[in-house]
Ligand binder design. Sequence first.
Ligand SMILES: [Zn+2]
Length: 325
Amino acid sequence: MTRYVGRRSPARRILGWLLVALLAGGGIFAVWIYQQLGTLGTESVTPDVWMLSGLGGNVGVLRSERGAVVVDTMTFRMQGERIRETAEALTGREVEVIVNTHYHYDHTHGNPGFPPGLRIVATQRTRALMQAFDHDGYWVSHPEALPNDPFTDRHEIKLGGKTIRSSFLGRGHTDGDLVVQFVEDRVLHLGDLLFHRRYPNIDLEAGGSVREWPATLDRVLAMDGWDHVIPGHGAITDRAGIEQFQRFLRELWAQVQPLAAAGRTLDETLAAVQLREDAGYRAIVIPGILQLDRDFVVRRAWEEASGAVRTRAGMGGESARVAAP
Ligand SMILES: [Zn+2]
């Protein structure tokens, strides 16, 4: 189902629906979408950290004495503007730093809603993926909002009494995701390395891997000094939430890999797999764009295990897919 047709990005397609809804007299639907774009949920994690939620990945906000830090910026420029206003209202400080956990549009396309010249941290790989999978030319139009402070393994900022530590710990959702630690507040933002009680996207074309994802989470679990966890999608959680998602990924691979290795077709595999660790997981569905559900994760695992998709795909862009969240 995540077979994105054509070359229009999902973001542009949502705007297309907005127009269609308006033209068709479906004003209520259009108003609903517009309100969703402008509405942010705000939840306190610690006295200096908040999670913002809306159409797109969860955003982390940190207050320091000298400025605010924002982790991820959702799907639209307009949302980026709202995130900036909200972060400044919550913290009483200007936003000084953006961190992008990975390249997907629902975590990065709000970047242009911030003033040019901000420090924008991401992995080198994420910056390269943003440019390689930039089907609608978004980053060609907004080069000033691309990460300008890229790193490979580890990155640390000291700002107004706070330490913002970003680490690349291995493949999972893509092969460029970073993990952010707000050290003094004992908070981790895992981006889409963690979907909490939701079926995850697995972006094989961008180097994602079901097989390697649990080991990456082991490296997260081995880190010191954190209690609260902000996932890319879903509610604020903790160590137990990461461990549960890790069990789900291990179960998925343990069931699908032997079937694929034995030459079973995708349909046979879909019929045979019986997951238990996904009890209570919600599907993420955007009609016509993507459907992240049980069949999706089984298919992705089967494609990886059977070699139907080359992981670590070159960035030459034979893939016409835009994968997100
Ligand atoms: Zn993502």
